[in-house]
Design a protein around this ligand. Sequence first.
Ligand SMILES: Nc1nc2c(ncn2[C@@H]2O[C@H](COP(=O)(O)OP(=O)(O)OP(=O)(O)O)[C@@H](O)[C@H]2O)c(=O)[nH]1
Ligand SMILES: [Mg+2]
Length: 206
Amino acid sequence: MVIKNVSLDIVCGITSKLPDTGRPEIAFAGKSNVGKSSLINGLLNRKALARTSSQPGKTQTINFYNVNDFMYLVDLPGYGYAKVPETEKAKWGKMIERYLHTSQDLKAVFLLIDIRHDPSANDKLMYDWIVNNGYNPIIIATKLDKLKRSQVQKNMKAIKDGLKLRPGSRIIPFSAETKQGRDEIWALMDELTGYTLPAATDEPKA
Ligand SMILES: Nc1nc2c(ncn2[C@@H]2O[C@H](COP(=O)(O)OP(=O)(O)OP(=O)(O)O)[C@@H](O)[C@H]2O)c(=O)[nH]1
Ligand SMILES: [Mg+2]
């Protein structure tokens, strides 16, 4: 996909009605601070369209980023942030569940896991939950630049084993610093959303 125009079109709070966008959607889930907003910025070639922060819990809404008036990248609120009260967490869990259940246009869910760490209990719950909602999550192993190259394969395997990934599942390492993995993720999203390059015209040049 060649990025021509992007904008934050729709922001949903806990009580908001979820939109029926009529365009393909790809959702990004993962614990607070794992790098969801940074991944979205990296994919869209923007520095700060999706707000990022060293403070976990920044994204507290479901944000729909319009890409080329063709599709949406959907930034889901991060889970597992200790300072959020349990009642609030439960509401957000319900909201995310409602989104996974009701979206007519959701093509895939990407689950982000920090490549440096084994998946947490919450990561495993989220993985199983996405599977139980009928999606086969694509794993993005984030913060690749923070790991020595010699450790990458070992840590990817630990994530695979920790989540008990189903056979054939995709896991793609990504760095928001170096943009490594970006092309592979876009190739996959193009495939999932049915994006094809505009056909070249054979018209003779004037
Ligand atoms: N070195 C490095 N830092 C990263 C990378 N991705 C994210 N970060 C940093 O990690 C922190 C959290 O990133 P965010 O993108 O805000 O994480 P998030 O998942 O959107 O967090 P919430 O909105 O709180 O759920 C920020 O300080 C980012 O700069 C990466 O690939 N490499
Ligand atoms: Mg965020």
